[in-house]
Design a protein around this ligand. Structure first.
Ligand code: ZN
Length: 101
């Protein structure tokens, strides 16, 4: 478990970790902030994690309409999570992304 905040004495200049993740739709590596995180919790629930704080296995998709559409069309997350995700979830992801853009 990684502890993100270490109090307020942090100066801001020091080691800010660059976190790169791969989009499951287009396979491009992007910065975390450009991606939407979808997470599978220990309980087996899949949800969209806007705050990237939910602990669990995550998959990422670009905040772009084309990647969202692609993901939905190909059910791109099913493989990542080794489970069949409902259409509603893909719809939700699309909604989420179109709101974010
Ligand atoms: Zn993408």
């Amino acid at each position: 478990m990684i502890v993100m905040s270490r109090g307020k004495s942090f100066k801001g200049t020091a080691t800010k970790q660059i976190e790169m993740r791969r989009c499951v739709a287009c396979r491009q590596v992007r910065h975390k902030s450009e991606l939407l995180r979808v997470v599978k919790t220990a309980a087996g629930e899949i949800s969209i994690d806007n705050a990237t704080k939910i602990f669990g296995r995550g998959a990422y998709v670009c905040k772009s309409a084309s990647c969202a559409a692609n993901l939905k069309k190909r059910h791109g997350l099913d493989k990542s999570f080794k489970t069949k995700l409902p259409n509603e979830l893909y719809e939700k992801i699309c909604d989420e992304i179109s709101d974010a853009v």
